[in-house]
Design a protein. Sequence first.
Lengths: 278, 267
Amino acid sequence: MPLKISGAFLLLLPALLLLVALFIVPIGWFLSSSIAELGTWAEIWAEAEDVLLSGAVGRSLVNTGAIGLIVTLLTLVLGYPVSYALSRVRGAAFTAILLCIVLPYFTSTIVRTYAWMVLLGRNGLINQILLGLGLVDEPVNLLYNRTGVIIGMTYVLLPYMVLTLYAAMKAVDPRLMQAAEGMGATPAQVFRRVFMPLTLHGVVAGVLITFILAIGFFVTPALMGGPGEIMVAMLIEREVEITQNWPSAALMTVVLLAVTLTLYAVYSRFAEPGEALR
Amino acid sequence: MMGPVLRATLLRALVVLLCFGLLAPIVIVAIASFSGDGYLKFPPETFSTRWYARFLGDPRWRQAIANSFMIGIMASVLATLLGFLAAYAMVRASFPFKRVVAALLLTPVIVPHVITAVAIYFLSARLGLVSVRPWIAVAHSLVALPVVLVILQSALRTVDPALERAAMVFGCTRWGVFRRVVLPLALPGVVSAALFAFLTSFDELVISIFLAGFRSETLPVRIWNSLLLEVEPTIAAVSTLLIAVTTLALGIDALLRRRRLGATPAG
């Protein structure tokens, strides 16, 4: 039964209040008051240049972008076949694949990160296997460096990519592919000329959501990375918790927030909001 | 050119391998947590529950379990309540800027949690609310709200508006329609939403790191604090508890979903 606008507004009000009181106001207050501490606009601008172009922050911004890109590409390459399979199978196989995606997806990030810390350690299973196969002569350092961060983050973010791709793939009408086959297309042609173009928007949405989440990542790089893999979210945390330099944290937040929201605006043109959530 | 059979076999092998890779780390941690060895080894040479004994024997860990459940339940109730009202409005009403409101309500999962956490910490420090458990629950309900909204919007879409109209025609008030028609039909969805809201709070780390203080450490915060020092086997036992809670929640959700689908054979 249709609701009047006034009724809808009343129902939405509590949720919007929570959003305003714990999200919009705190972010706005934190940013404005921390940045206002710096003085006039000219002083703010000078400080922003100082902070954002300084060695440590500049490097972390580059790191954040680079790690985000690598992880996004890896999740796409690994996630595409899984989503494809998920969109094509039925019954028990479907349930099995879905379980393998959903269980990690809903397991705490810190647990998933810890699992890889155990596997990648010097005496961990991966090193045991590599040594056992004779691929290496001594344990390889897979933890506390970029390799560790990339493996950990790819693992944590893979389910988001798979579920976004799957949403686009299951919407493809299988009869279109049958029709193409009926008209003499080879399987490779059907894939390239029918399936790929029809799921391209899902790829764009998956890449955007994964990249957005990757550049804001904090837990996994903090635990699995070394001093060379400091990402901007980690610097923000440090500025607040350790040095209590609020203005500098605020300036970095502005950059991260601006990039995130811009990409999110693009993302919502490609996907129904919330698609990746379920 | 590869033959189609070979290609299908290769794809299948690849998918099996990837699925194994997704599941294996979680399974391995769960198995390793029962190790009887002095350090974490897989496969374990001997089995024991010593890490569980150490985990459950430590009052700080026990306090963390209690904190996690308490905060999770409070956050779940709040997020489900607010989310239900909002989802009902989103599904049943059309109003200007609806897409904008929908996108806005989901931003807490998009904006990096560090930013949300720092901002809430900034506010809480000024209001003296750091390490106050109900307040942490309110903060968690902010990130659980989008999850609830997505689940409840899809659950409410399956409730036929004609049923609500029919009840009104027969003299039911709006509140009566809500209580006797909408709520019973959407109930499995509501329970699912509450479950996932609980899970979101139970697993949340970044906001909790800032808000917990010493008194209100949750399980993920305790794990975080101890992992910064060393990778010790007790964490495997704690992790297994978290994995078990997730598995349980997913199992209940699967049962509810079966009922939900059974109730609406057409949709």
